[in-house]
Design a protein around this ligand. Sequence first.
Ligand SMILES: C[S@@+](CC[C@H](N)C(=O)[O-])C[C@H]1O[C@@H](n2cnc3c(N)ncnc32)[C@H](O)[C@@H]1O
Length: 205
Amino acid sequence: MEKGWRETYKEKEFTIDTTKPSEIVVAGFEKLRLPENFKVLDLGCGNGRNSIYAATLGGLVESVDLVDLDFKKDIPEKTSGRISFHEMSVMDFDIKPDEYTAVIASRLFQYLTKSELEVLFGRIKEGLTNEGLVMVSYTASGGIFDKSDIHVLKYKHAIDEIRQTFQNNGLEIVLLEGKSGVATHVPYENPNETYGILIKRKIGA
Ligand SMILES: C[S@@+](CC[C@H](N)C(=O)[O-])C[C@H]1O[C@@H](n2cnc3c(N)ncnc32)[C@H](O)[C@@H]1O
């Protein structure tokens, strides 16, 4: 039976053990020229590993997740003061236009439906600055949870469908890296394709 994310975290079915930022997020920030107090949106932030990284680079970060893991209490005030956490669905968050130098969606897509992704990417496109990047990692097969005892809803999104969603919403891919069998922290014998993607606004879109 499916449970919500809150119960899943509470019952410790799923924990995020790493505090390292996602590889695609590190790669994305290396490509950006970062203005003073640049703005970042971290969608489905979990334990905040990517929000914290962006804040240490000098970003002002808005972090959104269905569950408040209270990650700000464990980090220095210098960093935590740069992060605002919003406990809500990414679908309900009001994305301000032309605001964000970086929008992070790390391991989130597989928990959203196709129609949610379509709506969300329209809003993300509006929220990005002209120079900004969306930094994505996602698992096309629906994620590492199929064979483990974790009961949240997950969806399969083939990479071609994801590409189409970007295209439909005036976004273009800057970098796409694919890997397989990367879920080393949970036993999983089948290869599962995981992608790191950087996306920007199409000129004129
Ligand atoms: C696999 S974790 C990834 C966390 C983090 N982005 C990372 O890379 O470590 C997925 C996170 O997405 C959150 N999530 C799932 N659906 C969501 C939604 N509709 N709105 C906000 N957060 C959501 C979950 O609560 C969970 O913290």
